[in-house]
Design a binder for this molecule. Structure first.
Ligand SMILES: Cc1ncc(C[n+]2csc(CCOP(=O)(O)OP(=O)(O)O)c2C)c(N)n1
Length: 325
């Protein structure tokens, strides 16, 4: 297994802190009425997006869901086009047309995120199959929640990918809830990863609060996909700190459950690990301060960016003749 260089570890730390600080700041701004639309937030799950994306190359691609901010940042999207998109502005990654749920940047391999639960699973399988048919050594990753594992597309997508040995990694982020439904009310088995056996592929359970454990499993799965041996289903056990979306205070949850998971928060524990490996506190403090600045700058950019021109309303909504997009 590839040992990670310090520079890589620090970049993983920076990305996790960026996701957390950006999402926390958005939450405050939402409560002040400054963020248009709603938000589906990712706090608590940062180790999953960052651990998996750290095992990928720039030309590998990921498919996200209605909770895409963490995945977008982890795959290398800049904050300005994300923030501007959340504000519906012209400089947003989709020109302000998509809002939070369809973040995209093809250049870094962030495919348009999909708010239909489970829908990205067969799409990722198809994209991966395309890679292998064209002889391209690239990998597709599908991120989805525990709720999506009970959707028909989960079965169809994973089965197709398994039969075709498609180079895809399926990452189920088991954050214990699908909206307000606890997993125990919707899923009879304890581990979603056990379902992999039904498709003849490896199923791996990882601690989704430990970025290095997630990364190790992702490296193995990506290696397997690249060498033509087909997909892996990774189940990361994690927790969603906030309610499902911003209209949901999450009152259906046991507050002790939340504090038990927060005691294992992926960011301070990774920070501790880095310090114990000899990385200096001041290096991490500089990263924290740099992130704080970039988060504030992105929001400032979004708030001051121009509104989309009304004449652009139908651009990219319908295919234009002669256009490949
Ligand atoms: C096919 C479909 N059914 C229902 C919804 C409404 N919905 C949006 S998110 C969500 C919960 C999804 O839970 P999960 O897959 O566990 O992801 P998480 O929100 O926990 O990240 C539901 C039911 C939807 N968007 N698509």
């Amino acid at each position: 297994m590839k040992k990670l260089a310090n520079s890589k570890l620090l970049e993983m730390y920076r990305l996790m802190v960026t996701i957390r600080q950006f999402e926390d700041y958005l939450y405050q701004l939402f409560l002040q009425g400054r963020v248009p639309g709603t938000l589906h937030q990712y706090q608590g799950q940062e180790a999953v997006a960052v651990g998996v994306c750290a095992a990928l190359n720039k030309d590998d691609i990921i498919f996200s869901t209605h909770r895409p901010v963490g995945h977008a940042i982890a795959k290398g999207m800049q904050l300005d086009p994300i923030a501007a998109e959340l504000w519906g502005k012209a400089t947003g990654c989709a020109g302000g047309k998509s809002g939070q749920m369809h973040l995209t940047d093809i250049e870094v391999g962030m495919m348009p995120s999909n708010a239909i639960v489970g829908a990205n699973i067969p799409i990722a399988a198809g994209a991966a199959l395309g890679f292998s048919l064209r002889g391209e050594v690239r990998v597709a990753v599908s991120f989805f929640g525990d709720g999506a594992a009970n959707i028909g597309a989960f079965h169809e997508g994973i089965n197709l990918a398994a039969v075709k040995n498609a180079p895809v990694v399926f990452v189920c982020e088991n954050n214990q809830f699908a909206a307000s439904t606890h997993i125990s009310l919707a899923t009879k088995i304890e581990n979603i990863a056990d379902r992999a056996a039904g498709y003849g592929i490896p199923g791996v359970i990882v601690d989704g609060m430990d970025v290095l454990e997630v990364n190790q499993a992702a490296q193995t799965a990506v290696e397997r996909a690249r060498s033509g041996d087909g997909p892996t289903l990774i189940e990361a056990k994690t927790y969603r700190y906030k309610g499902h979306s911003r209209g949901d205070p999450g009152k259906y949850r046991d507050p002790h459950e939340l504090s038990r998971w927060q005691a294992r928060d992926p960011i301070p524990s990774f920070r501790e690990k880095l310090l114990s490996q000899g990385i200096e506190e001041k290096v991490l403090a500089e990263i924290d301060a740099g992130v704080d600045e970039s988060v504030k700058a992105a929001v400032q950019h979004a708030e001051s960016a121009p509104e989309p021109d009304p004449t652009e309303t139908y651009t990219h909504v319908y295919a234009q003749s002669g256009s490949k997009r």
